[in-house]
Design a protein around this ligand. Structure first.
Ligand code: AMP
Length: 404
């Protein structure tokens, strides 16, 4: 078996998937949670329907990795004899900035560079670096490790798309620009869509709508990201579960003054208290918003309307940016599962060239399929994302390349 371990480390969590790349199946998956504040492990082995939930002691990422090695190699959840059976580890990294425009092998220098970008992604990059160091400590010496960046896919954006209207010196000096996120997902789903359409991705103009707890929309022209809705951080763009999305910057400074917030407090307010949660007062989960809409909750209906309106506007804007549009795709927890959001976004778009089969759309959850009608000028698809699989594929590709 050609086994690849995919790791997605946050400040207090370490999500993992072990994939058999011979058939791209998931051998085991789980999460080491509450790192630094206690510890909890959730480990699943799908083929055995085995589930382990256990409280642990995870003072740092190192103890979490040690536990991960233990459950993969011993006890009922065991899937390998030893960690040396794992051919490589692929790590998801949120911010690669302008240094990394593609996945690469992990070296001490690469870990330092990732850590050095922490100012641009304080919640993510430092924990990634901690996890990379912990992983190197715990895994057998010589296990190849690869880092795959959320921002890398968007490094093809031209300056007219990625620069803000701030003084140019802020870009040069402080690297303030749009980076874009969810790149691994947008790359995976746009390639999967081209394959499903039987077309070469080089010939397609796609708007990729990744809608989940965090959401972003990307214009993919000929397989390259030319613009995307998230910006300097994953706060920008459309309304999300608890994030506000784009706001007039003057409203930000005004609200800071009114509440007496410092920059950190304001950041928490926009990241954790806004979005669906702050607007609706119902919650951050789309299912709760949709249920509240059915009950006639006016603020939930307004929240839902705002989300759909913003997505619609991005589709229009990106069609203009690309001088054409062949397909729109929906992915992420909401995009894959919420027929209500898909229907509302595509409503009244006939003039634009979008017409979906409403009855069919209602039946679709998490399945790769076309939901537009045969006479729709622009095709509309639901495309399930699988970031872990693409990270595992990239990991093997980078290792193969390094051996050439
Ligand atoms: P993600 O961040 O991609 O896991 O997506 C999470 C979002 O997907 C949450 O807002 C969920 O409410 C939403 N979601 C998941 N399943 C469904 C469903 N069956 N119907 C509607 N929304 C869903």
């Amino acid at each position: 078996m050609n086994l690849v371990l995919v790791v997605n480390a946050g400040s207090s969590s370490l999500k993992y998937q072990l994939l058999n790349m011979d058939d791209e199946s998931v051998i085991a998956k789980g999460n080491c949670d509450r790192i630094g504040v206690g510890g909890h492990l959730s480990h699943k082995v799908p083929s055995k329907s085995y589930v382990l939930e256990q409280d642990c002691d995870f003072p740092t990422h190192t103890e979490a990795f040690e536990k991960l090695v233990e459950v993969l190699t011993t006890g009922e959840g065991k899937v390998v004899g030893s960690m040396s059976e794992i051919s490589a580890v692929g790590h998801r990294i949120v911010q690669g900035a302008e240094i990394f425009d593609r996945a690469c092998m992990v070296t001490e220098e690469v870990i330092d560079q990732i850590d050095g970008l922490s100012e641009l992604a304080p919640v993510h990059n430092h924990p990634h670096a901690l996890a990379l160091r912990a992983c190197s400590k715990v895994l057998p010496k010589g296990t190849p490790q690869v880092v795959v960046f959320d921002t890398a896919f968007h490094q093809t954006m031209p300056p007219k798309a990625f620069l803000f209207g701030l003084p140019y010196e802020d870009y040069k000096e402080y690297h303030v620009r749009k980076y874009g996120f969810h790149g691994t997902s947008h790359r995976f789903v746009s390639a999967a869509l081209a394959e499903a359409m039987g077309k070469d991705i080089k010939d397609l103009k796609i708007v990729s709508c990744h809608l989940g707890n965090g959401s972003s929309i990307t214009a993919v022209d000929g397989g390259k990201s030319v613009d995307t809705s998230m910006g300097f951080t994953p706060l920008d763009g459309i309304l999300m579960g608890t994030r506000c999305g784009s706001v007039d910057p003057s409203a930000v400074t005004f609200v800071m003054q009114k509440h007496g917030f410092d920059p950190h407090q304001m950041s928490e307010y926009m990241n954790k208290k806004s979005g669906f949660l702050g607007l609706s007062g119902v919650g951050s989960d789309n299912r709760d918003i949709q249920n509240a809409c059915l009950e006639g909750n006016e603020r939930a209906i307004l929240t839902s309307d705002i989300l759909q309106y913003q997505i619609k506007k991005y589709i229009g804007a990106y069609a203009a940016a690309m001088n054409g549009l062949d397909a729109v795709l929906f992915t992420g927890g909401i995009g894959e599962n919420s027929w209500e959001v898909r229907e509302a976004v595509c409503e009244n778009m006939e003039y634009f060239g979008i017409k979906i089969d409403k009855a069919y759309n209602k039946t679709i959850r998490g399945k790769l399929t076309k939901i537009s009608t045969p006479d729709s000028k622009i095709e509309v698809w639901v495309v399930p994302t699988n970031e872990e699989l693409l990270i595992a594929r990239d990991t093997l590709a980078v290792i193969a390349e390094s051996k050439k």
